[in-house]
Design a protein around this ligand. Sequence first.
Ligand code: CP3
Length: 357
Amino acid sequence: MTITEDIKTLTKKERLLNVIQRQPVDRPPVWLMRQAGRYLPSYQEVRKQYTFHEMCAKADVAADVSLQPFDQFNMDAIIVFNDILIPFQHMGLSVEFTDKGPAVIPPVRTVEDARRIHVGEFDETPDVFNSIAEIRRRVGGDAPIFGFGGAPFTMAAYMVEGAMSKNLQHIKTMVYNQPDILHSLLDKITQTVIDYLRIQIQAGADVVQIFDTWAGTLSMDDYRRFALPYQQQIISTIQAEGTPVVLYVNGSSSVLREMKESGASVLSVDWKHDLASVREVVGDDVTLQGNLDPTALYAPPETVSRMTKEILDNHAKSAHAGNTGLIFNLGHGILPETPVESVRALVETVQAYEYSS
Ligand code: CP3
């Protein structure tokens, strides 16, 4: 990784990597989780012609869709179009993306079910490799590309529930009644995610993010048992090989100390605590990503700008933050009905921000 001293002439890739290494930048970089998605009319157009699986499988289409937010809003990073549940197809399960969300078939509930699941088997060039390679070919070397995967607890939640679920009844029952089965699933998922991230890095991803969307529903003790050790395995392996990892947890406020213990270079936090308060807990030697409430984007553009500016100021004023250490993002993925004008206002506000040196 390069550290660039001249902060006035940073490329998007240098700005992002500088921030992750807590080096000075001119302003924070900005991108949005789920930025390639249904709020974009141009996404809807493509989606009419293909199923979700087809979009992930055709490198040209996946690259088109990944680049829509980059081209339309001048985002500071690209995230490859794919899904955290795609690797299940390589583990002996099948996944369908329906109007009601993803369905994992068959759900994994018993010892026998768990035995049938195997560590993901990927061929030389799985779809996600081709998609990232195609994006890299189109944008050249100056734009950063994010690869991603699910963190093990969140992937296990989908595997065991079989579908989106409000109360997480089946996985929580497994936490309490059959922890050994859950640990065996988490082990296989962890190996699979490490391989899936390595493939993406080989294809050209500069940074990878792991999404632990459901880990914030665990008690602190259970988070330490069922989420943290598996996050740590992924993060230490991938970072030892030279690529920074971003850890996202929804419901981060209750597990900030544990997130810090994961060792991730970047902690991606939700909107419930302001960033200065988050820094008081996690300290200065880690980069933060966040943290506008995604529903704030339903407000008029002027309000979005004001709220964005408040977050930027709040972080810049936090102790020792200085002119680095923040990747601007939402506190969770962008919602389908989000007005495009609000997204534009957010990005323009961040990109007009200047750190006082
Ligand atoms: O960020 C990006 O733009 C890249 C693509 C991306 C998708 N999913 C595409 C997608 C990323 C990073 C994800 C992550 C993901 N997928 C998570 C973690 C983040 C989070 O939001 O908590 C989770 C839990 C999933 C699982 C998943 N995939 C769900 C719950 C759903 C259905 C509900 C929904 O929000 O759309 C999907 C389908 C999915 N993944 C879509 C997209 C664009 C919608 C597909 C469609 O067009 O029908």
